[in-house]
Write a protein that binds this ligand. Structure first.
Ligand SMILES: [Zn+2]
Length: 558
């Protein structure tokens, strides 16, 4: 526990890794100090084994790396130094504390003045624009001032000027705010002077990192015996996961008692499991089974949309509907999952552009042109493969595509026949997606995409959401695991680069699943396995959602 600064007990993590330039400022007599800490998972507070903790004290030229034990604990002794060079710049004040602390949305800036005079503190952003300023005549002593969130989140700098000297430091505002900026300057001389003299603080940079986690670095005035609790966020939890395909609504059409609020041991989707899985944006498929319903497809699609909207309304604290990516990210920012509507199968519009527009008005932002069944205006992949049906889009089909383009509805070609895909590509001016498909080169199947199709989709700027459905991933379904899913991702990356692949789990539309990806709570395992495969954090962010978001932004507007 921190002795002087109790708010340090929950120092954590920003989204980015901060490197502070540690500048020795205060001339101190150091008698050696032992500091220790605990590293935990931010979400679960589980103790993290084998996290690396790097300790840098430039004042005593000490640099060491230790690793946490099974209790997540670490400890290090900083050796003493008899004489520490007094720094020349600045010589009038010191900053005693500077680190981001999202639990306490203010950064405390401590400084000391050794001679009376005017002191000015100003805060500016990365562009050099001034955000706040305080100026005051101060007598010699220790002072502090708080920066309370103001403006957008991001990196800011503060400059302290006194008697012609100035010093600039970086600080990070994790959340935007309107909390007032710089507080009044107040004296900090009330801090117990004895303890200050007894154990001089050592300005120390502590960098904590672990595989699969976002590194955190903090700069502290470490005192002998001080203990730091650092909570790290996983790369998964700070990435936006946009899953391109989920069929829970079809399950709910046939089981009206199923609710999302509580965790279930059947089906794949509910709020607790989506939350655990770090799902940020979910495309919910509205699918009218043509084998179950021979007519009235549009009406049933409307009914399914109603089921979705009702369930979302019943869980409004945890999930809301979005029609744009910006809306979705805003929901995520307030801790909610964003649900978007995808209609799977053009038969739902019953050959009517008016029906298409009605579904758009209800929030549909993606439509799979066909399901396994062909429509009157588009041939499906299954009909091509099994019934040798020929022809792609009819003239009306091309009108559907152009109307989707003009409204801003993403075209999905999973399930769609090869000739139809070709006609779509010749008609649309937008990037297109395959919301839940695999690579035909790894597993030959009419539901998978040939290399030529993958290249063509990538050429539009589009994305392939790799499905988790084992029969599409391998001829030996039972052997399918996370690695098999990643093999398909890897194939697409090898073929067209990192910018055209995403995730389309098809959870609740599949009766078997890969080992390790049993339901919506298991997405974090995929992220870890991608990192282990060698994908960088940036690559993983693109695969999890960045690429899919790019397409939806471009087609549906921001
Ligand atoms: Zn499907």
């Amino acid at each position: 526990m921190a002795k002087r600064l109790p708010e340090k007990r929950k120092i954590t993590i920003g989204r980015k890794r901060f490197i502070f330039l540690a500048v020795a400022i205060l001339s101190v007599e150091l008698s050696g100090a032992t500091i220790s800490g605990v590293v935990q998972d931010f979400v679960t507070t589980a103790k993290l084994l084998s996290a690396s903790v790097e300790i840098i004290c430039s004042e005593v030229t000490f640099h060491d790396t230790v690793f946490t034990n099974y209790k997540g604990e670490w400890s290090v002794s900083i050796p003493s130094s008899e004489s520490v060079q007094e720094s020349t710049l600045p010589d009038r004040f010191s900053v005693s504390q500077n680190y981001p602390n999202p639990f306490n949305p203010s950064t405390r800036i401590g400084f000391s003045v050794d001679r009376s005079g005017e002191v000015e503190i100003l805060v500016h952003n990365l562009l050099g624009q001034e955000i706040g300023r305080r100026r005051q005549i101060l007598s010699a002593g220790k002072y502090e001032i708080d920066w309370r969130g103001m403006g957008s989140s991001g990196v800011y700098f503060y400059t302290i000027r006194s008697a012609g000297k100035s010093m600039t430091r970086k600080m990070v505002q994790l959340d935007g705010g309107h909390s007032g900026g710089l507080s009044e300057i107040r004296s900090a001389d009330s801090s117990p002077k004895k303890s200050l003299k007894k154990s001089a603080a050592v300005q120390t940079t502590i960098i904590v990192s672990k595989f699969g986690y976002v590194s955190d670095s903090l700069i502290v005035e470490a005192q002998d015996g001080e203990k730091f609790i650092v909570q790290l966020k996983t790369i998964h939890s700070v990435s936006t996961l946009m899953d391109g395909h989920n069929d829970i609504i079809e399950k709910m059409l046939n089981d009206s008692s199923y609710r999302w609020k509580t965790r279930h041991t059947y089906n794949h989707t509910d709020i607790p499991r989506m939350t655990e899985g770090g799902v940020d944006i979910q495309l919910f498929s509205i699918w009218v089974d043509p084998n179950q319903f021979s007519s009235g497809h549009f009406q049933i699609a409307n009914h399914c949309v109603e089921i979705l909207k009702t369930e979302i309304a019943a869980n409004a604290e945890n999930i809301q509907q979005a029609t744009t990516i910006d809306q979705a990210l805003e929901l995520n920012h307030s801790g909610k999952i964003a649900g978007m509507i995808l209609v799977e199968g053009g038969h739902a519009i019953e050959n009517s552009l008016e029906n298409l527009k009605t579904l758009y008005a209800l929030g549909m932002r993606c439509m799979t042109i066909t399901w396994n069944n062909s429509t009157d205006w588009a041939v499906s992949a299954k009909a091509e493969a099994q019934f040798h049906q020929v022809g792609g889009l009819t003239e009306f089909g091309k009108q559907v595509i152009r109307t989707m383009d003009s409204l801003g509805i993403v075209i999905d070609v999973s399930h769609v026949g090869d000739s139809t895909v070709a006609d779509i590509l010749a008609t649309t001016t937008n990037p297109i997606i395959a919301s839940h498909s695999g690579a035909d080169a790894l597993r030959s199947h009419y539901r998978n995409l040939t290399n030529a199709q993958i290249l063509a989709i990538a050429n539009t700027g589009g994305v392939i959401g790799v499905t988790f459905y084992p029969p599409f991933l391998s001829s030996d379904s039972r052997s399918v695991n996370i690695q098999t899913v990643i093999n398909h991702i890897q194939h697409i990356v090898d073929l067209v680069g990192i910018d055209h692949v995403g995730i389309g789990s098809d959870f609740d539309g599949i009766e078997v699943w890969p080992t390790g990806l049993e339901d919506t709570s298991k997405f974090p395992a995929l992220t870890l396995a991608l990192l282990e495969r060698g994908f960088s954090r940036t690559d993983v962010e693109k695969i999890l959602g960045g690429n899919m978001m790019r397409v939806f932004r471009q087609v549906c507007g921001e």
